[in-house]
Design a protein around this ligand. Sequence first.
Ligand code: AP5
Ligand code: MG
Length: 212
Amino acid sequence: MNLVLLGPPGTGKGTIAKFIEVRFGCAHVSTGDLLRDEVASRTAVGLEIEPVMNSGALVDDAIVLRVLEKTLAGLKGKSFVLDGFPRTLEQGEILEPLLARLGIALDLVLEIDSPEEIIVKRLSARRQCVSCKRIYGLDVPSKNEGLCDECGSQTVLRKDDEPEVVKERLRLYNDITRPLSDFYSGRGLLRKIDGDRTLQEIFAEVEKLLSP
Ligand code: AP5
Ligand code: MG
């Protein structure tokens, strides 16, 4: 099953994608994580996009597409959960022929939403593992502060999680990304998930939705 997760920053896309990866074996493909890896590796692309990402703006389509296409092709038919792409109507339109070229069909789009005050609070407390990308937060703390339970690497704050930058990311989501909800609803692929609940409740609903 190939999925897309839509939803504002901090609403739980990465956390839910990791659950789906473990429970259903779909590879978690996060364009945000792929782009942050470019920044961390100090590649030419990484140096170019670092200030853009730190400001909360969107990275140029051509760069995101290059990174995404390479990753999807590398999956060699393994199912995936796409987190952070598409993010504009144009990207939604580009994704269709891209998947068709790879012989892949999209099965479902899950749209998660939460109130903005909860999002800002969650993001100021989020830490992410630099290596395996596991996500920690107020309700999911790591056992040893600053270290990942899974692989022992460092966990860090994201530069774009400062409240002012989060505001800009939310504004962009509402203006530019939210129309994708109607786009996928029109294709009969959209299911809405209330993100303002405990993770256990959300995981149970997702599990029910995705179980055969
Ligand atoms: P990206 O990495 O995709 O960030 P985002 O969409 O802003 O979303 P986040 O990763 O911040 O939040 P999330 O929904 O994954 O929440 P999480 O599970 O971590 O993109 C970053 C940047 O990359 C963009 O701004 C842009 O510059 C660039 N980019 C990426 N894709 C692009 C594209 N396609 N085109 C152009 N540019 C692109 O959860 C957040 C916190 O809340 C965690 O601490 C978690 O533990 C906690 N939490 C989650 N759910 C719950 C819950 N139900 N109860 C309690 N705590 C919870
Ligand atoms: Mg994320």
